[in-house]
Design a protein around this ligand. Sequence first.
Ligand code: ATP
Ligand code: MG
Length: 424
Amino acid sequence: MANLIQAIRGMNDILPSDTRYWQQVENIFREILHGYGYEEIRLPILEKTELFKRTIGEATDIVEKEMYTFLDRNNESLTLRPEGTAGCVRAGIEHGLLYNQIQRLWYQGPYFRYERPQKGRYRQFFQIGAEAFGVATPDIDAELILLSARMLESLGLKPYVSLQLNSLGSTESRAKYREELVKYLTTHQSELDEDSQRRLTTNPLRILDSKNPAMQQLIANAPKLTDYLDQESQDHFTKLQNFLRQAGLEFTVNPCLVRGLDYYTKTVFEWVTTQLGAQGTVCAGGRYDGLVEQLGGKATPALGFAMGLERLILLLQSVETKSQRETVQIYLMTDSDDAFQKGLKLADQLRDAYPTICVLQHCGGGSLKNQFKKADKSGAKFAIIIGEQELAAQTVSVKSLRENVPQVTVAENELIAYFSATEL
Ligand code: ATP
Ligand code: MG
């Protein structure tokens, strides 16, 4: 036998048993985004490497060690996109979508990072992202965060996630804070772990984001970014918090929330869950008022977020109930060609009447006893049986596969009504 070729580590096949979750999430999100006036933009998976170096920042984890970068046949350096904002901004500038207008965009697709694969962390992963351009005021920060809340709510995940909020201030105020932070950390240099030693000179704010328990005390005592905010950022942050409070959305201000990309300014936020171990952030975003100009466009305020779909789906699966897991509602079995023919008709009538259910009609013959085994294995709630007697009497037999109740006989033309009174 030939050697088996396997998938690349950290790049998952999404199997039929899981695709319904993906479809559910994608369909619901698409509707909600549309409802908020966001329009879809579809972007290439490959971009010039320079785009990510210039936007994400040279001293970030992503650019330092996580990008899939290669030379194409023309010796041009290309990179599989590690995130969505850079490409979206590039396209927005290139096609004149951003200047002097308000633009709400969303996108979805695969992203690539060379990370250590583990639960909730992969080398190819999927995001749905939303970006809003052209509004500098905190009203749109509030709207965007409420949109993300509604998306999580729509999946029933709201009780399992919490919102963390921070402000990174302007580039200038952040630079001032950075100096103070470096001063503080330098006096405690011996307590820094290896990663943080390195970051002290390259990207000291990221030290605040360290998950190393040994570092937590040091981080807790560090100067707070929020104490160094310029007045405008401070006002922006206060207003945003008021909007959210008035909208009834709970949040926690986390002064250590810094995010792993250099382009953020002012608002940053994350939705986190405690149900997924270390990979607890299911959605992350913030404002990036300088980025459009930095990429050669006219200065345009902007903000956005991205949802990590694998983590959302893991969360969905970990909290769903058994009845939600059932994908087949009715298994229809027959024992002759004539009964099969009748079954085709009845199955379609049921699908017309209940468009969201799955009616699985048995194919491949075999005894009814055998078909019952298959029905049970399918997870269906009900079996419909059309045998010789039923066919002659224009009835069907309905048997609950989950409850110990007697089989009932239902007239063919009352079948739809029968299920309207029964929870499918
Ligand atoms: P983390 O801190 O978990 O590494 P991040 O800050 O690198 O996340 P972002 O760049 O903000 O993540 O991406 C937004 C979201 O995309 C994350 O909150 C997460 O849900 C998801 N995500 C990021 N990297 C991965 C990955 N390697 N595998 C699966 N999902 C990911
Ligand atoms: Mg990361």
